[in-house]
Design a protein around this ligand. Structure first.
Ligand code: PMP
Length: 354
């Protein structure tokens, strides 16, 4: 039986995508060949790459606005360094909202001066800093739109003339934003887009080519753009599966429709956390993530009972990250409202039994 998968990533993808991707492993496009055994230079795969790149821009509303989409390898973690290596000549600003921002800051320091413009480290990253002043002499300001571990999400992005770079690994394609506010967006595929192994990078081309350092080819955005995201062998299956998921988002009615469902799911889980006296949310209410709901049991003695109840209900992946503890319900695009209702029922049952 299919589990209710609340895993933080890799995570649930649409069931239809799993089916279509498995079929392509056996026979891709009725070619008599598996997607895993064809050349990445074959017309069939070049079409996949081009569709994935153009769907990404289309869904984000960035077509014809000077942006390019790339599917690279090395995870979002490689983007921590590539962004700085390609964009940081003197000074960059970072908003530190958790583990992933901190890692991005560490890598950027290898390439120039880094200013931590704001941080929520003082409260174990349970909120999003606001009202900070952005120095005007920054090469870029780096933000993390959704903090997967702590369950916080930026609801309003700063307005500034400084180019914005954003790690959207855990909420890309989940909500409508004015994506043209950003000069560079990156996201590991393994949340809302596909299997681990591909990283989507969306770049406004005019921010490139402004630094003097030499960049190794594999780490140079301009080289990847000039080669149509095919400088070397791309992660063929991860790109194909991401393309299928992007088609699914489009078929669902685009980001707007997906967002509507995501809001319903988030409302359902957070109202239970707020109403049920046995549970307590982790993140500041106004900064709660619509993708990762973090919470804990007020009375730790109920852990054993609660854990066995959700396990029995067919729920998977609910344990919180070790730096926060408690529980984390990741409610990415492909998770149904029904799955969230199953979890909420279990939480209610615990209250009735306790
Ligand atoms: N940024 C965020 C917001 C993440 O959630 C993660 C992974 N969970 C990463 C970066 C790191 O991604 P990767 O493992 O693809 O390097």
């Amino acid at each position: 039986m299919k589990k209710h998968n609340f895993s933080a990533g890799p995570c649930i993808l649409p069931q239809d995508v799993f089916k279509e991707a498995s079929q392509a492993i056996l026979d891709f496009n009725n070619s008599g060949l598996s997607i895993l055994e064809i050349s990445h230079r074959s017309n069939d795969f070049v079409d996949v790459m081009e569709e994935a790149r153009s769907l990404a821009l289309e869904l984000l509303g960035l077509e014809g606005k000077g942006y390019k989409a790339l599917f690279l390898q090395g995870g979002a973690s490689t983007q921590f360094l590539m962004t700085a290596q390609n964009l940081l000549s003197k000074k960059a600003g970072y908003i530190n909202t958790g583990t992933w921002s901190s890692k991005a800051i560490k890598e950027a320091k290898l390439f120039g001066e880094v200013v931590e413009v704001a941080s929520s480290k003082d409260a174990n990253f349970n909120y999003i800093p606001k009202g900070y002043d952005i120095p005007t002499d920054l090469d870029y300001l780096h933000l993390t739109s959704n903090n997967t571990i702590f369950g916080t999400q930026i609801k309003e992005f700063p307005t500034t003339n400084v180019p914005l770079v954003c790690d959207m690994s855990s909420d890309i394609f989940s909500r409508q934003l004015d994506f043209s506010k950003f000069s560079l967006i990156y996201a590991g595929a393994q949340k809302n887009m596909g299997p681990a192994g591909a990283t989507l990078v969306i770049i406004k081309e005019d921010i490139l080519g402004q630094i003097e350092r030499e960049i190794p080819s594999m780490l140079d955005y301009q080289i990847h753009i000039s080669k149509g995201s095919m400088f070397n062998t791309p992660p063929v299956f991860a790109v194909y599966t991401s393309m299928l998921t992007l088609r699914w988002v489009k078929k669902m009615g685009g980001i707007a429709a997906v967002e509507e469902l995501n809001e319903k799911k988030a409302k359902l889980i957070y109202s239970e956390i707020d109403v049920n006296p046995l549970f307590q949310g982790f993140a500041a209410i106004e900064d709660r993530s619509d993708m990762n709901a973090t919470f804990k049991l007020v009375d730790g003695d109920l852990k054993e009972a609660f854990d066995s109840m959700w396990n029995e209900a067919g729920i998977n992946g609910l344990n919180g990250h070790r730096s926060v503890g408690g529980y984390r319900a990741s409610i990415y695009n492909a998770l149904s409202l029904d799955s969230v209702a199953v979890l909420v029922d279990v939480m209610g049952d615990l209250e009735r039994k306790a």
